[in-house]
Design a protein around this ligand. Sequence first.
Ligand code: DGY
Length: 323
Amino acid sequence: MKKMKVFLTRRLHDFALKELKKKYQVEVHSGKIPIPKTKLRSKIKDIDGLICFPYDIIDKELIDLGKNLKVISTYSVGFDHIDVEYARKKKIRVGYTPEVLTDATADLAFSLMIDVMRRVSEGDRTIRAGKWKEIYGAYDYVGVDLQRKTLGILGLGRIGGTLAKRAKAFDMKIIYHNRKPVSKTREKRLGAKYVSFEKLISQSDVISLHVPHTKQTDQLFDKKLFAKMKKTAFLINTARGKIINEKDLASALKKKTIAGAGLDVFAQEPINKNHTFIKISNVVLAPHIGSSTDETRAKMAEITVKNLDHGIKGKKPTYSVGF
Ligand code: DGY
């Protein structure tokens, strides 16, 4: 019997590829990342399953070209790069990888927070530029304490909740905002207090974003919001870059409207060395590595393959978006 065709827009772990190759005719894109749209357009035409990554925009046009496409399995918890509604209409299953990356992503959010508040990366950049001797004064290079500061979590879901656990151990005060408050038991366990969005913005010493990118959150953090934050506040983003208006953030950081930021995600990825953030010292940049630990990435690969396996056979993926 002819094997079904699976295309990957980037290389996955060897064990995952081996597993896929047992059952399918597999092709992996090599070369420029993200895969050029023209190439993806031509590949999608005769494949049964697609494994993609957050950089790949899977829109209506692409979905329409996938005449045999049965499943889109994304190697990520976020799926805002896929037109999920349209895929559902076309009876194409969509799989994703939640849960397994919760700890790793919360750890990264926390590490960005410590980094920017204690100026670790900034110090590293200073040393590498041969400028250590310029920072010997008692007031030079001071950061701020984490303990007793208020952490505002926007989106107390899995990752936000895990971040709260980390913050509690550092004696931080935790407030959060969700569309709906979580249960009292969960609030108590995490030591988190529900506040309005406005209070979260104005009372937090650090705000960490854990909401998906949607029409409602698109460019939510703009100059109007930065003006309402404390001048001493920090912004951490491990969710999605488009939740922030980057031009406004760059200007807020330069003018010290807010104290600093730690960013793992950007509106367009990857960013290059001419990006507006590169020359700003009070921002720590990470190359979208929220889930990037050996253990987590292996688990994500396992789920990505399972999701594909199920979807290609017309079954609901283990972790399914929609049906
Ligand atoms: C995801 O999987 O969507 C995360 O952004 C990875 O860091």
